[in-house]
Design a protein around this ligand. Structure first.
Ligand SMILES: [Fe+2]
Length: 291
């Protein structure tokens, strides 16, 4: 079939799921080697839609990793709160069932507690519940742009402290610390002391500003009193939950989501217990510090 010169993308079909965030991408096999053009078009679509959804990607864990490596460095799975894939040490295995109730139902950006957070994550469904277990994604650029000019000026130049233990010290995460998990969690805790990141972050590719705080990990804003910090953060956390900034993805087996952690939050619904859900996840890093 001849390529249509008027089409925005030549190697992929991109169908937005909302005007604000998310697009379904079709016409591509993520298990096959990506041409440079396909890689660049996927990145362009990611910059435009912030999270991309792919269906029916029956790929191996190694192919999942190879796809991620076209976009940056794929580090070894941390192996703290999630398992590690036996065939690919870069792949985290997120598995929930009757004995392990889902506990990632909180708004966060992967890696916000690291000094150098990951740029993106690629998650694939291995076992999806019959219904439930959707993931919500939030466009933090749209959330920033909807703030009043006075609030934008207040936040400009402020930094906030993000702490791994703010989430992982909670009772909902007690399971991670049981038995052999304790040593892995202590290692993760020691490797991730609290870090300061800008409250408003600029996207390195698009130059767009976004709100960069997470209810799960952000403890306080530096330079404000405790009460001021709590009030401002609570407002931002509420604001980021506005449905108009969100999309919600229904997983099927072999569905893939590829999202930009620099300007989105996500929330994995825990509504499917006691059903079984297994996901494979990789992180992609580019050595970018939030600015
Ligand atoms: Fe996550």
């Amino acid at each position: 079939m001849p390529l249509d010169e008027t089409r925005k993308y030549q190697t992929i079909e991109v169908a937005p799921v909302t005007p604000v965030i998310g697009a379904e991408v079709s016409g591509i096999d993520l298990g096959a080697p990506l041409s440079d053009l396909a890689r660049d078009e996927i990145e362009a679509a990611l910059n435009e839609h912030l999270v991309l959804f792919f269906r029916d990607q029956d790929i191996t864990a190694q192919q999942h990793v190879a796809f991620g490596k076209r976009f940056g460095e794929v580090p070894l799975a941390p192996g703290a709160s999630f398992g590690i894939h036996p065939d690919a040490p870069e792949v985290s295995v997120l598995e929930y069932d009757e004995a392990r109730p889902p506990n990632v139902n909180h708004y966060h950006s992967d890696g916000i507690f690291r000094a150098v957070p990951e740029f993106a994550s690629v998650l694939r469904a291995i076992v999806a519940p019959a219904s439930g277990g959707d993931t919500i994604f939030v466009n933090c650029i749209a959330a920033y742009e909807a703030l009043s000019d006075r609030m934008k000026r207040l936040l400009e130049g402020l930094t906030a402290v993000n702490n791994f233990m703010h989430l992982h010290g909670r009772p909902s995460k007690a399971r991670s610390w049981e038995g052999e998990g304790r040593a892995r969690m202590e290692k993760a805790r020691d490797a991730n002391p609290p870090v300061e990141h800008p409250v408003i972050r600029t996207h390195p590719a698009t130059g767009k500003k976004s709100i960069y705080v997470s209810e799960s990990f952000t403890t306080h804003i530096v330079g404000l009193s405790e009460g001021e910090s709590r009030a401002v953060l609570n407002h931002l956390f509420d604001h980021l939950k506005t449905p108009e900034f969100q999309t919600r993805f229904r997983w099927w087996k072999n569905s893939v989501a590829f999202w930009d952690n620099r300007c989105t939050l996500h929330y994995a619904l825990a509504d499917y217990w006691p059903q079984h859900r297994v996901m494979n996840r990789i992180s992609i890093r580019r050595g970018e510090k939030p600015v």
